[in-house]
Design a protein around this ligand. Structure first.
Ligand code: APR
Length: 178
């Protein structure tokens, strides 16, 4: 359990591909071969180096794809970052509680980032887009997991929210955490 005050948690309204940070976290799918949303934006802005590195990972360690809740790092290509950490969020289900898998995305991404020596990490609101997770619950899981798990060398965790709705939900959760 880290001392929450050791790590600054910040909120930014904007595009994650425009952040100047050590690690940009990608809301990927298990194929690691790109997609829409954040995934599409990161590959578009970051360039072909990222996809080449993902293909290499598929060929070497993740033949069956990256499992949900896991995280893996690649080059950040031409993004203003040192690495992209790809993580696969769970698809929302009203029948099954997959919260632990979503929390694992944040925990595993922080672990990989810390292993790399990253000091600043930018997260999108994982699973709250194409994967359909309700934004309020997605924000709660994201903020609580980061406050509980973030530790040195990570100094700042920046949630980059693409729209006003997401920003307000994260703001409310962060305020409630004190
Ligand atoms: N910067 C920051 N946030 C963004 C950006 C961006 N450029 N583009 C989208 N978002 C927001 C969305 O509004 C949503 O709140 O990121 C959140 C996650 O949305 P998705 O990117 O759709 O990711 P997710 O819901 O986890 O679905 C993953 O979508 O893109 C595919 O290949 C990906 O199959 C995977 C699935």
């Amino acid at each position: 359990m880290s001392t929450p005050e050791a790590v600054r948690v910040t909120l930014v309204r904007g595009d994650i591909t425009q952040q100047s940070v050590d690690v940009v976290v990608n809301a990927a799918n298990s194929s690691l071969l790109g997609g829409g949303g954040v995934d599409g934006a990161i590959h578009r802005q970051g360039g072909p180096e990222i996809l080449a590195a993902c293909r290499e990972l598929r060929a070497s360690h993740y033949g069956k794809g990256l499992p949900t809740g896991k995280a893996v790092a690649t080059t950040a290509g031409s993004l203003d970052a040192r690495w992209v950490v790809h993580t696969v969020g769970p698809v929302w289900s009203s029948a099954e509680d997959r919260s632990a898998l979503l929390a694992s995305c944040y925990r595993e991404s922080l672990r990989v980032a810390a292993e790399l020596g990253a000091r600043t990490v930018a997260f999108p609101a994982i699973s709250t887009g194409i994967y359909g997770w309700p934004m309020d619950d997605g924000a709660r899981i994201a903020v609580r997991t980061v406050l509980a798990e973030a530790a040195a060398p990570v100094e700042e965790v920046r949630f980059v929210l693409f729209d006003a709705h997401a920003f307000v939900e994260f703001e409310e959760v962060l305020a409630a955490q004190g």
